[in-house]
Design a protein around this ligand. Structure first.
Ligand SMILES: Nc1nc2c(c(=O)[nH]1)N[C@H]1C(S)=C(S)[C@@H](COP(=O)(O)O)O[C@H]1N2
Ligand SMILES: [Mo]
Length: 222
């Protein structure tokens, strides 16, 4: 995967900078809004949407199921390279969750179908020194998580949404779905999960986004 996979990076960053400037003018970044996850459904500073916006680097790779591979490597006892049939042969689960994007939209009740990360971890068996994961997608995008966040029970690698194959613009054939963090932590067109002893910040994390990205703490930017 080379740099040509992310040709619109400059354009995206300008847009991001403009957005951040506007929020700063409005004082939004300084309001310290709070929400209580036990009482409120919408995290602070978010707006509910009914449609499903598409956000990415502007490159939507066309990954056939024939070409698809999902690799788990790095600090694991058992490296995996699953093809499409192998992935679908694993135990499948449904999950309904809310999603929260750092650009301030949230969408309720998304039904995803796929394989829980816990299932993959049982197979790959991370070594004791593995504490982080770095994920890489077919468009060259990367993002990082702690192993604990990646391993949580409500995290899955989804291939379907509302009972139909995940549309290409939303990350098909497969994407991560991690509802408790901002959605930039849920890579579309996922192909590689590397287990690491040290953290390795991803595409947005090295461009000023927060390393953790908890919407309830409004961890938008570093
Ligand atoms: N491979 C890849 N995954 C990605 C992105 C991307 O550019 N490339 N963008 C992230 C961001 S910033 C967001 S908000 C969500 C958007 O997912 P959606 O387009 O399905 O709403 O995908 C995340 N996953
Ligand atoms: Mo995003």
């Amino acid at each position: 995967m080379d740099q040509e996979d992310v040709p619109l990076e400059g354009q995206i960053r300008e847009k991001l900078v403009r957005t951040k400037e506007r929020w700063a003018e409005e004082g939004r970044l300084l309001t310290g809004t709070t929400a209580d996850p036990t009482r409120d459904r919408l995290p602070p500073g978010q707006t509910l949407v009914k449609d499903w916006p598409v956000l990415d680097l502007g490159v939507q790779p066309d990954v056939s199921t024939a070409k698809f591979r999902l690799r788990l490597e790095g600090l694991v006892e058992n490296r995996l390279a699953l093809d499409w049939e192998g992935f679908l042969a694993l135990p499948q689960e449904d999950m309904v969750c809310d999603i929260h994007c750092v650009t301030q939209w949230s969408r309720y009740d998304n039904r995803f179908t796929g394989v829980r990360t816990a299932t993959l971890l049982e197979m790959a068996r991370p070594r004791p020194e593995a504490r982080f994961v770095s994920m890489t997608s077919y468009d060259g995008y990367t993002t990082n998580l702690t192993l604990a966040d990646f391993a949580a029970a409500d995290v899955m690698i989804a291939h379907s949404w509302e009972g139909a194959p995940l549309p290409r613009q939303h990350g098909g054939p497969v994407r991560l779905v991690l509802p408790r963090l901002y959605f930039w932590k849920s890579p579309k067109w996922l192909t590689r999960i590397e287990f690491l002893a040290e953290d390795r910040p991803g595409f947005w994390e090295v461009r000023g986004y927060h390393n953790q990205g908890d919407p309830w703490l409004e961890e938008r930017y570093a």
